[in-house]
Design a protein around this ligand. Structure first.
Ligand code: GUN
Length: 296
């Protein structure tokens, strides 16, 4: 079998177009643009690239973008004070503080300072609790994007065996919660898991989010399974001095057995920003008391 390639780039482009249309409608009803604030502390080059693309995508979707760049040495109290100002700003519907933060800042304290109803990242413990208990709230962008790709491919996920590899607060844990909500039988594997190949061999759905290049071997994949690869790892290319991106899954091997698989790049990656824009627009509708007519 040769797997179908799940085109996350195309799916994300479609979602962004729908968000853009809905953002236009929102503006005409609410008499203001939906607004997303993004905060970057320090000069981490990868984070700076992400923040720039988030700002650009926000403007392209017809929403207002508020970018705050603070020096790496910013004291924690100053960052908390900025978050409080954004919480109180009626033009700001969503707040994203780019992670990781410099080591002198307590990430949990910053996440906890964000108004849960502006927490478009879905990282606040209130939103994690809402997800775990089935209440409406914000769901982290990357796992929600993975779920959209899975449902687009498989429809009803009920009763399927899913393995989530990785237990981070950003991807693994919320991914497991989302799959439980879809009535999958979910196993969460991590660095202490004893027999990962055996778990993966039973799974109809594999979500790999560990950040280790090609650690999931192709011959572990159950024939016909759907494989979602969240990893983005830079490794040396065959040509000296060059690098290339690979996922957490051995793509060449897995695509011989899987029914469908996301590529790296062009799979899950583009979904994260598209879902962020979606979450920000949902936040804007809630704040303004405007009904969102399109299902995003
Ligand atoms: N750093 C890496 N991914 C993310 C994300 O989805 N949100 C935030 N705030 N920081 C990140």
């Amino acid at each position: 079998m040769t797997a179908e390639i799940i085109d996350g780039k195309a799916f994300a482009a479609g979602l962004r177009a729908r968000v853009g249309q809905a953002a236009g409608l929102f503006q005409s009803v609410a008499n203001r643009a939906a607004g997303l604030a993004v905060v970057l502390v320090g000069e981490d080059p990868a984070s700076a690239v992400y923040v720039r693309s988030k700002g650009k995508a926000t403007l392209e979707a017809g929403m207002a973008s508020f970018e705050h760049r603070l020096p790496a040495g910013t004291p924690q109290e100053e960052l908390v004070a900025l978050v409080h100002r954004l919480n109180a700003d009626p033009a700001v519907d969503g707040i994203l503080v780019q992670l990781p933060l410099p080591p002198h800042i307590d990430e949990n304290a910053i996440i906890a300072a964000i108004d849960p109803d502006k927490d478009v990242d879905g990282f606040h413990p209130i939103n994690a609790g809402r997800l775990a208990t089935g209440l409406p709230g914000f769901v982290p962008c990357t796992p929600l994007g993975c779920l959209m790709l899975l449902k687009d491919r498989l429809g009803d996920l009920s009763g399927l065996d899913a393995v989530v590899i990785g237990r981070s607060n950003i991807v693994g844990k919320p991914m497991a919660q989302l799959l439980i909500r879809e009535s999958c039988t979910v196993t969460v594997a991590h660095s202490r898991t004893r027999d990962l190949p055996a778990l993966v061999r039973r799974a109809d759905i594999v979500v790999a989010a560990v950040g280790r290049p090609e650690m999931v071997k192709g011959d572990w994949i159950k024939p016909g399974a759907t494989v979602i690869d969240v990893g983005i790892n830079r490794v040396p290319a065959a040509e000296p001095g060059k690098t290339r991106l690979v996922g957490d899954v051995d793509f060449a091997g897995a695509s011989q057995l899987a029914g469908a698989i996301t590529p790296v790049p062009g799979g899950v990656g583009p979904m994260t920003i598209a879902v962020l824009l979606r979450n920000a627009l949902v936040a804007a509708h809630r704040h303004a008391g405007v009904e969102l007519t399109e299902r995003l």
